[in-house]
Design a protein around this ligand. Structure first.
Ligand code: AMP
Length: 194
């Protein structure tokens, strides 16, 4: 089963993806985590990504499609993928449709996690304060504001994109973690699959 978790920064996509990975064995594919690992390892990709991420801007579609293509071809993705943070633009969504079609894979559902902007800002500031190794470089006021703007202008159009294709399910991302998880399980009819 291949799923997309869609939602603004701080919506809890990573938390829910990790839970789904633990319960169902799908691979949690976070493009943000991949880029942060590259930044930490100071690879060429990391050097390119560092400033873009710190500003809260997006990496190019071409680049993101390329690293996602390489990642989904790894054997550990064969039992299903939970996309977290990809696609983030309509061009990326179109490219993902092609990547999946070429591999005869289906996209089984897209879960939109709905959260008010005010709650997101509080959550991210709490996350920044609690992060063991110090806050993420993009968890600060200015970058966060930019990330939210970018989400609304470039990523939110994906809600209509997937609704038009009959793939979209929306859940209340403001509930407690377990409540959100059970809404996702219901929305995707995952009950009994574990
Ligand atoms: P995330 O952890 O998903 O919030 O991603 C952190 C940052 O990585 C984003 O603010 C972007 O700078 C970059 N990034 C992650 N995924 C993508 C993507 N699909 N397209 C472009 N940039 C991305």
């Amino acid at each position: 089963m291949n799923l997309i978790l869609l939602g603004p920064p701080g919506a809890g996509k990573g938390t829910q993806a990790k839970l789904l990975q633990q319960i169902y064995g799908f691979m949690h594919l976070s493009t943000g985590d991949m880029l942060r690992a590259a930044v930490a390892a100071e690879t060429e990709i990391g050097l390119r990504a560092k400033d873009v991420m710190a500003r809260g801007e997006l990496m190019s579609d071409e680049f993101m499609v390329q690293i996602t293509r390489d990642r989904i071809d790894q054997p550990d993705c064969a039992s299903g993928i939970i996309f977290d943070g990809f696609p983030r633009t309509v061009a990326q969504a179109e490219a993902l449709d092609e990547l999946l079609t070429e591999r005869r894979l289906s996209l089984d559902g897209v879960v939109e996690m709905v959260v008010d902007d005010g709650i997101l800002i509080n959550r991210i500031m709490t996350r920044a304060a609690e992060q063991p190794g110090g806050p993420r470089e993009d968890d600060n006021d200015e970058a966060l504001k930019r990330r939210l703007d970018v989400y609304h202008s470039q990523t939110a159009p994906l809600i209509d994109y997937y609704r038009a294709r009959g793939k979209l399910k929306s859940v209340n991302g403001m509930a407690a973690i377990e409540g959100v998880a059970s809404e996702i399980v219901d929305a995707l009819a995952l009950n009994g699959m574990a």
